[in-house]
Write a protein that binds this ligand. Structure first.
Ligand code: ZN
Ligand code: ZN
Length: 310
């Protein structure tokens, strides 16, 4: 049995390059694949490996004072599936990219943490000034989100501060509950809103969607949870929130256009995939037909390199 780990910790790292080298060594020795980002502000990773190797990794981290006490979210994987193509340990300016506008906003001003149970209770009996805000990108929210959540029209977390600045009125004197996949983005997203001083209270779901749906699979989160490995999405419950990009019928299956140079990640139902030969539409279909472009295997979803992950 394989396991997929998702974790983060905001902690001051004085010499991040040393941690990069150390992490590369630890992960290689344990045969782990995935991505680990390290910055002065902390560490953020998602790794796959055998049950034993991932447990050993958790032990090593816990024995390291700087990284002790991390909340490791675990998913079960299958032995014969590769969830990541390789191991990548990288030095970054931030562990999630909130960009220049928020560069002075640290987790020092982060929002109040609610456990999944507390968040559930709040949504079950919502005060009338409660605003639920999805801090993820639109392609994540399309296939699954919390009931009544506001979904910002952003494709990159870097645009989140602009979104907040342009919608301050919506948060004025409100109780704002934010969420993301595993919690790492909300730590600074809530901090950013806090620095604006408009909301009455800013909260976040501790451990994000991952921890909430473990406790409440039929709760207020509906649909699928978008993840940043080869699974692409993880089904939480039977609701279908997305629509086919071609015919607009309810559908939540992502695929990549077989035209390798297009590579668009899109939602398409099976009949539409047939009509357009597994491409995103007539333009790419024509290019493929005329053998003008290289093709990738059909019905494949690939991790988008330029996409930020948790
Ligand atoms: Zn369709
Ligand atoms: Zn295409």
């Amino acid at each position: 049995m394989k396991k997929i780990l998702l974790y983060y910790k905001y902690v001051e790292i004085v010499e991040p390059q040393l941690i990069v080298t150390w992490q590369q060594e630890v992960c290689r020795q344990l045969g782990l694949k995935g991505r680990v980002l390290i910055a002065h502000e902390g560490i953020n990773g998602t790794l796959e490996g055998s049950e034993q190797a991932t447990q050993e990794y958790i032990n090593i981290m816990n024995e390291t004072p700087l990284f002790a006490g991390i909340d490791f979210k675990e998913s079960i994987g299958e032995d014969d599936i590769d969830y990541f193509p390789r191991l990548r340990v990288a030095l970054r300016d931030e562990i999630v990219g909130l960009g220049n506008k928020a560069k002075d906003v640290t987790v020092g001003s982060t929002g109040q943490h609610l456990t999944p149970e507390q968040a559930h209770e709040l949504m079950a009996k919502p005060p009338k000034d409660l605003v639920i805000l999805d801090t993820r990108n639109d392609y994540e929210s399309r296939v699954g989100t919390f009931k009544n959540a506001i979904i910002p029209d952003i494709t990159n977390f870097r645009d989140f501060p602009d979104y907040i600045d342009q919608h301050l009125d919506e948060f004025k004197d409100k109780e704002v509950l934010m969420f993301c996949t595993g919690g790492v983005r909300c730590e600074r997203a809530t901090a950013y809103l806090n620095t604006k001083g408009v909301a009455r209270n800013v909260m976040q779901i501790e451990g994000g969607i991952h921890r909430y749906v473990e406790k409440f699979p039929e709760g207020f989160f509906r649909g699928k949870n978008y993840v940043f490995d080869n699974r692409v999405t993880v089904k939480v419950n039977d609701d279908i929130l997305g629509t086919c990009d071609v015919c607009a019928k309810p559908c939540d299956e992502y695929t990549n256009c077989v035209n390798a140079s297009c590579n668009k990640l899109f939602i398409s139902c099976t009949p539409c995939l047939k009509v357009y030969d597994n491409t995103c539409g007539p333009t790419c279909q024509q290019l493929v037909k005329e053998n003008k472009v290289a093709c990738r295997p059909p019905l494949q979803t690939v991790i988008q390199r330029n996409r930020r992950f948790e």
